[in-house]
Design a binder for this molecule. Structure first.
Ligand code: 6GU
Length: 259
């Protein structure tokens, strides 16, 4: 996968793309990430990338020419037409399904605007507009990093354990259940007994049940669209009954007290 990030702040990216899993993915040549400085495509002695809005109003607007010409350059560099996504709070909401969809693109261009806004004609370049949530960032760079990180995890071979992306929260529409490591007891807090038994089938069922419990408690709306098997539905019913019983007992599921 080839990713080009068009930005006025290329310096924001190296610490993120040269660390951890994204770094390894590049070393394994599973993804190639390049930042393209929009200022390199600006004209004139001042290399202007923004201008006053027609009709007046506050703030500056990103000019169309540097962005169009940067996309032209990427097309030439690749020799193909890449899929172009524009980062904007007005875009389609980003989620795991969209991350998977983007991970399947052979070539991806992410346009990160900055300033108060961008010239409307820049939208003509994009196959898709993407937002990472209902709040406004000072620029699309952080959003581009989020989209890149979440998408790269779905590129085959990027995650060490082949199916660990499949076990993540949201991959099957459920939140991931709790996980534990050693020690088996810490400050009186115990790892659930079942995980210490080595009974793999029981452990699998327990994990599935706890994923369902966590989803029910934190994001019940996800259960309406999750892919649940007949066994999952039985587990859900058990969980509902257990939670009702806990509530009746006034169980507030133990927040750890520091003193
Ligand atoms: Cl993609 N860009 C900006 N500037 N703000 C955002 C966003 C994107 N998604 C949420 N807020």
């Amino acid at each position: 996968m080839d990713v080009y990030i068009l930005t006025l702040f290329p310096g924001m990216f190296p610490p993120v793309v040269n660390a951890s899993i994204i770094k390894r993915a590049q070393e394994q040549d599973l993804v190639r990430i390049r930042t393209v400085d929009l200022r390199d495509f600006a004209r004139g002695a001042h290399k202007t990338v923004d201008d006053y809005p027609y009709g007046g109003g506050p703030g500056m607007v990103l000019k169309p020419e540097p962005v169009f010409e940067a996309v032209d350059w990427v097309r030439q560099d690749l020799g193909r037409n890449p899929f172009v996504a524009l980062l904007t709070p007005q875009g389609q909401s980003f989620n795991a399904d969209l991350a998977k969809e983007l991970a399947e693109k052979a070539d991806l261009v992410l346009i990160a605007g900055h300033y108060e806004g961008f010239d409307e004609r820049i939208r003509c370049l994009a196959h898709m507009e993407v937002s990472i949530g209902d709040y406004v960032l000072t620029g699309g760079e952080l959003a581009a990093m989020v989209v890149l990180d979440a998408s790269i995890r779905f590129v085959p071979g990027v995650l060490g354990d082949k199916d660990s992306a499949l076990q993540d929260s949201f991959s099957d529409g459920l939140l991931e259940g709790p996980q534990y490591t050693r020690p088996a007891e810490y400050r009186g807090l115990k790892v659930p007994e079942i995980l210490l038994t080595g009974r793999h089938e029981d452990i699998s069922r327990w994990r599935r049940k706890e994923a369902i419990r966590r989803t029910l408690k934190r994001r019940p709306e996800l259960l309406e669209t999750a892919c649940l098997t007949f066994e999952d539905r039985c587990l859900l019913e058990q969980v509902i009954n257990e939670e009702k019983a806990n509530e009746a007992r006034g169980d507030n599921c133990g927040h750890y007290q520091t003193n």
